[in-house]
Design a protein around this ligand. Structure first.
Ligand code: PAF
Length: 262
């Protein structure tokens, strides 16, 4: 009998959050594959595809140290040969949050992830909870299309001051880096209010937007409280919810989230 294959899809510029995904894969599988591919179809025309950091040598070292057995780093031509016209669209789950402000993003993500699944043929695939909506869409796609693997969502890895690890953190100026942990603090403040008994979603969202807008140099892309399963908005906190935000600090767009128990 062959080994269980664990898979960690990435776009490279790897950090400790990715290392944690590789270690999680290592713990459950006999053979661990990491893909490194900056996927052009998930970037909008005005986004940072061209300047997205590419650092294969240090990525290779991190993967080896964390326990990966194989790195798959295809070219754009290999992944999208001339004439490719098929895309995967997961309806509804992509309507809000990042899907609303990054049209076409999740179509690109789901398409490349399904292609990678078909190439690597893993038993388990590991994704980070920081990209809550991405993990939710991929889980739905796997269920809807009968993809024969288990999606494992791993906890967000944070700096000691609370900032969620991201390949984009390296773009932050010193001033922006200093205030970046305020994003997680604002999320925790909303969670605390909700747990203390506030059930009006509009009021909670207003408080969250006010808190995020008060961060020096911040521009709120979105700050929403949605149903954790359907990712649709709702009025009263009577179910498991996710509070998800995207905030620009300078030109760097950071995302983070917390869940609120029902
Ligand atoms: O989360 C990412 O790094 C990317 O969206 C993914 C899943 C590797 C697809 O390109």
């Amino acid at each position: 009998m062959g080994k269980t294959v664990g898979f960690v899809p990435t776009m490279g510029a790897l950090h400790e959050g990715h290392a944690a995904l590789v270690r999680a894969a290592r713990a459950r599988s006999g053979f661990v594959v990491v893909s490194i591919f900056v996927n052009p179809t998930q970037f909008g025309p005005k986004e940072d595809f061209a300047k997205y950091p590419r650092m294969l040598e240090s990525d290779r070292k991190l993967c080896g140290d964390a326990g990966a057995d194989l790195i798959f780093a295809p070219s754009a031509e290999e992944m999208y040969p001339t004439g490719s016209v098929t895309f995967v669209d997961v309806a509804k789950l992509g309507d809000h949050l990042c899907g609303a402000t990054r049209p076409g993003h999740f179509r690109g993500v789901c398409t490349v992830v399904l292609k990678l699944f078909n190439i690597v043929q893993p038993n388990l695939a590991h994704f980070g909870a920081k990209d809550y909506q991405q993990a939710r869409l991929i889980s739905q796609m796997v269920r809807d299309l009968n993809v024969p693997l288990e999606v494992c969502v791993e906890p967000t890895v944070r700096e000691p001051d609370g900032l969620a690890l991201s390949s984009r953190n390296r773009y932050l100026s010193d001033e922006d880096r200093a205030v970046a942990p305020c994003i997680q603090q604002a999320l925790q403040a909303v969670r605390t209010r909700a747990i203390a008994g506030e059930v009006d979603v509009a009021r909670l969202e207003s408080a969250l937007i006010a808190e995020l807008s008060a961060i020096s140099g911040a521009r709120v892309d979105y700050a929403r409280i949605v149903d954790a399963e359907t990712l649709q908005p709702f009025a009263r906190l009577d179910r498991l919810a996710v509070v998800a935000v995207a905030v620009f600090l300078g030109t760097t767009r950071l995302i983070d989230n917390v869940t609120i128990p029902s």
